[in-house]
Design a binder for this molecule. Structure first.
Ligand SMILES: Cc1cc2nc3c(=O)[nH]c(=O)nc-3n(C[C@H](O)[C@H](O)[C@H](O)COP(=O)(O)OP(=O)(O)OC[C@H]3O[C@@H](n4cnc5c(N)ncnc54)[C@H](O)[C@@H]3O)c2cc1C
Length: 427
């Protein structure tokens, strides 16, 4: 349990809100929907988190450095399971989107900001995994991220180009020796001030999507400067504001040359949006599990507050929404993994494009679910839901930013309205 200014919740209730009981609520809900392999892996990560919290006396207080935990989770194989990583001799037999979903559910309930930091590292891992071409420098970076658990970041957003990510202002100028010189600014990049490796996009011609390229950058190189951008709703995460001044990228670190950047950006979008939908579902379970335990114990008017319709029915609504959303997500992840296997690790372009709309459906509703559910569960807990005694404060905070990250709510709606037109043309 976290340290706090003063204890507002009585011992008996506070003790019951522990991680073990919250996991128990989740597991009882998911048991019948998961395969044995999925459920066993979920339990395995949960056991690791329970032991880790106890052994290291983690209190989830504001002074704790979530980044210091990442190497331990990486060594245990729980930082990312997005791929097998046989190219760097890791060989996760059980991996993929569904496995990632189980990992994220367990880690998010342990610490939601920590899990988001891990997710942002995975966003840097994915393009290196896809485009390392067996080049040793890239494989070494991949090992740092996956095996050593050194945080990574993805640099898409710029101060003047947020939603409009394909009309970038950061330039990359090709040199005769195959290297590039980068100039420009990036902002709001999760983990960047703590990262050794980042993956960045730039363009050979300002505002031209077709001229975009993708680079792997070591943050210690001359010409890379990073300051911290503060986001008070996620105070433990470090976001970057980067200044690229004549930053030289050697040829070995060019993941996608001029003309390939936009495709590389788009190929990462489906897993990124599903990854956000997964953490959204996990946040909702985190909030529900706190409220479930609390409303069964807290008494007012001489009765458990669950028994009042205003409380019990509100809980029931969000419980149903979260369960249904989780089942939809699970179906998507299982199908995605099956397709990857069927097509030898790469989903054909036409199918992948069809998944874009599904990913937007899930991201749009997941972010909204997290935002509403975390707030409503805090509301059901009254003062206890908004004081600093429990992790509810972290959940309410992180839920506020979900409709902004990874493509805003309005951008998902825009994508879906465009897709509606495409569907109309197919009638
Ligand atoms: C906590 C956090 C973590 C982040 N992590 C990363 C990261 O790791 N890497 C990274 O590169 N970026 C990251 N971002 C940046 C994030 O992706 C952008 O903030 C987001 O894409 C929106 O861009 P913007 O902030 O410039 O807002 P803008 O694009 O300026 O949008 C402002 C408003 O206008 C609306 N809008 C814009 N265009 C349209 C349109 N065509 N139709 C309808 N409405 C529109 C938006 O929906 C929004 O409401 C992060 C942001 C936050 C807050």
């Amino acid at each position: 349990m976290p340290d706090f200014k003063d204890q507002a919740i009585k011992d008996e209730i506070l003790e019951k809100l522990n991680l073990k009981n919250r996991y128990s609520f989740l597991n009882n809900n998911l048991m019948s929907a998961l395969t044995t392999e999925e459920f066993n892996f979920l339990r395995k990560v949960q056991k690791f988190c329970l032991r880790y919290e106890k052994k290291n006396n983690i209190r989830h207080t504001p002074d704790e450095d979530i980044y210091s935990w990442m190497p331990d989770f990486a060594k245990a194989g729980f930082l990312t399971r997005a791929h097998k990583f046989d190219d760097i001799d890791v060989n996760f037999d059980y991996h993929g989107l569904t496995c990632e979903m189980m990992r994220a559910f367990a880690v998010d309930m342990f610490d939601t900001q920590f899990n988001m930091g891990m997710g942002a590292t995975t966003l840097a891992i994915n393009p290196i995994e896809a485009h390392h071409d067996d080049i040793p420098e890239r494989l070494n970076a991949l090992k740092d991220l996956v095996v050593e658990g050194i945080p990574g970041a993805i640099l898409i957003t710029e101060p003047e180009r947020g939603s409009d990510a394909v009309h970038q202002l950061t330039t990359c100028t090709p040199q005769e020796d195959g290297s590039f010189i980068l100039n420009g600014e990036k902002i709001y990049n999760t983990n960047a001030p703590k990262s050794k490796w980042v993956v960045a996009y730039a363009t050979a011609e300002k505002n031209s999507g077709s001229q975009m390229a993708q680079f792997l950058i070591n943050t210690s190189w001359d010409g890379f400067e990073c300051k911290r951008a503060g986001i008070p709703w996620v105070p433990k995460l470090w976001l970057g504001h980067e200044y690229l001044n004549d930053l030289r990228i050697p040829p070995e670190y060019v993941l996608g040359g001029v003309g390939k950047g936009r495709d590389h950006l788009f190929e990462g979008l489906v897993p990124e949006r599903i990854g956000i939908a997964v953490i959204n579902a996990a946040q909702a379970w985190g909030a529900l599990s706190h409220a479930f335990l609390y409303i069964n114990m807290r008494k007012q008017f001489n009765q458990e507050i669950l028994k009042f319709q205003g409380v019990g029915f509100t809980f029931a609504d969000y419980w149903a929404l979260t369960t249904n959303f989780t089942l939809a997500l699970l179906k998507f992840c299982e199908e995605y993994d099956a397709k990857l296997e069927k097509f030898g690790g790469e989903i054909p372009r036409n199918i992948s494009q069809a998944l874009v709309a599904s990913a937007s459906h899930l991201k749009l509703q997941g972010a909204s679910l997290s935002e509403r559910c975390c707030y409503e569960m805090a509301n059901l807990m009254g003062g206890a839901g908004v004081c600093d005694n429990t992790l509810m404060q972290d959940l309410v905070g992180i839920s506020r930013i979900q409709e902004i990250v990874g493509g805003t709510r309005q951008i998902q709606q825009y994508i879906l309205s465009m897709a509606t037109r495409q569907l109309w043309k197919m009638v």
